[in-house]
Design a binder for this molecule. Structure first.
Ligand SMILES: [Zn+2]
Length: 472
């Protein structure tokens, strides 16, 4: 079989890998949006480097947009095969894709204005800019889905069987195992998808796939170590809440992604409440997408880890407790942003780029009693990254603003394994010694190389370039 790496090759976004079997079956693993370079967004995502009509199966490892964001476009361009994924992935993708489409449409509106202006002056040719897909194409995904349970084997034809294995990371995230029969030989190829950090809140630890001959692995945190803070998430959050909201009577603002991080933080606060440790202050969750994702988490208790299952059994709910207030609309969000009383605000998105979180940071950054807790990875240049660099002033909404609030970070809610955890995962995947080839994707080139240098016991370790093919 042949694998071609069409995305997340020496970069983090745009996961898309094509597997072509001898007998003719073509499998695409993930079909994410590449948003590494905003100016090249259209060029990198509008067209596929293969005919979409020829793909038989699409395996979707999880719902994040850098893995699922271009699926509706694949459908628009003629893909009519099956989409293999877990039930939570299908549900979460549905509204993450709607949200992604809304963001595209906002951008397209601006571009269209410019296009029509230029068209009047006869400066442009061709059709007006349009989004990559429409709502209708998202809807088609439901009809095309073949939902698998974790561990269930799906026999597609004589040459291909597929199995999904829990990957941690976010609700419903799966690694995919392809068992391929070629020339009388059986070969196993694994794709990790995105893996989770060990001992994560809510989701189980990743389960390594066994007996593989080749593995395609994410390497997001290759070369990096999660912080030395070995305390539990409950202790870290409690310290922040007491320090900011009780001792300084300020507001604690926590930027968090809508799917995964927000739920982990709310669950931890609920645990503190049940243990009688949470001070009597209000907790606000302010992100429409997070509210919808939270409901999906509550429907799929079976996909959670034992701690969460037990908690749910005992207390009847993962997230509902009296201190928690769900912000419903934008007006309420604006009011909350200037509310004078101590409180915790959990809002999206995690890197503090756009969304309601930017307003909360803007309105609360200038007071020394407040805190901003960065709970995840912030890409270079994002507001989250600039805050972490300890600058005295940061530009928000085109105005320089003094940073008086206390800014800190924690890795306890990280959604990816670090360098050592990845090495341990590879070791566990190669227990039988059958793993001969390892392909690293979904990471920055330099960090990926540091990881590749430290891998032991596997004959061939590759960091493929975009469009590079390998025979397995
Ligand atoms: Zn992910």
């Amino acid at each position: 079989m042949k694998i071609t790496f069409w995305g997340a090759a020496q970069q983090v976004t745009g996961s898309m890998h094509l597997v072509e079997l001898e007998g003719g079956t073509k499998v695409l693993v993930d079909c994410g949006l590449d948003y590494e370079n905003r100016r090249e967004f259209e060029a990198n995502n509008a067209h596929f480097p293969f005919p979409a009509t020829e793909i038989d199966i699409l395996i979707l490892t999880h719902a994040h947009i850098d893995h699922s964001g271009n699926v509706p476009n694949l459908i628009k361009q003629g893909f009519t095969g099956q989409i293999v994924c877990s039930a939570p992935t299908l549900e979460l993708s549905d509204f993450l894709l709607q949200d992604s489409l809304n963001i595209q449409l906002m951008d397209i509106r601006k571009k269209r204005k410019q296009y029509y202006k230029n068209k009047k002056k006869k400066k442009v040719k061709g059709a007006a800019p349009q989004a990559l897909y429409t709502k209708k194409h998202i809807g088609f995904m439901l009809d095309m889905a073949n939902v698998l349970m974790p561990g269930e084997t799906f026999e597609y034809n004589d040459e291909l069987k597929i199995r999904l294995t829990p990957a941690g990371h976010i609700l419903g995230a799966m690694s995919a195992e392809l068992e391929v029969k070629e020339n009388g030989e059986t070969k196993k190829l694994g794709f990790t998808g995105d893996l989770g950090n060990l001992n994560s809140k809510l989701v189980p630890d990743p389960t390594p796939m066994r007996g593989l001959n080749a593995l395609v692995s994410e390497s997001t945190y290759g070369g990096r170590k999660h912080g030395t803070d070995s305390r539990k998430a409950e202790e870290v959050l409690l310290e922040q809440v007491v320090d900011t909201c009780v001792e300084r009577e300020g507001k604690l603002v926590i930027p968090a992604f809508s799917v995964g991080r927000t739920q982990a933080i709310l669950f931890t606060l609920h645990q503190l409440y049940i243990d009688g440790k949470l001070p009597n202050i209000k907790i606000f969750t302010d992100s429409p997408l997070a509210i919808r994702s939270t409901k999906v988490y509550q429907y799929h208790i079976d996909y959670l880890n034992d701690e969460a299952k037990e908690f749910h059994k005992k207390h009847g709910s993962l997230f509902n407790f009296p201190n928690l207030h769900v912000v419903q609309d934008e007006r309420e969000s604006e009011y909350l942003s200037v509310l004078p009383e101590p409180c915790v605000i959990v809002s999206a998105a995690g890197m503090v780029e756009g969304g309601r979180i930017q307003m909360h940071v803007r309105n609360n950054i200038g007071h020394p009693n407040n805190s901003i807790l960065i709970a995840g990875f912030c890409a270079e240049g994002t507001l989250g990254d600039r805050l972490l660099k300890g600058q005295d002033f940061v530009e928000i909404d085109r105005r320089e603003r003094p940073v008086k609030a206390k800014v800190s970070r924690t890795d306890v809610f990280s959604a990816h394994p670090d360098h050592q955890q990845l090495l341990d995962y590879f070791k566990a995947s190669n227990e039988s010694g059958s793993l001969k080839k390892l392909f690293l994707v979904h990471g920055e080139a330099g960090q990926m190389q540091r990881l590749a240098d430290d891998v032991g016991g596997i004959e061939e370790v590759q960091t493929p370039l975009k469009g590079q093919s390998f025979i397995v």
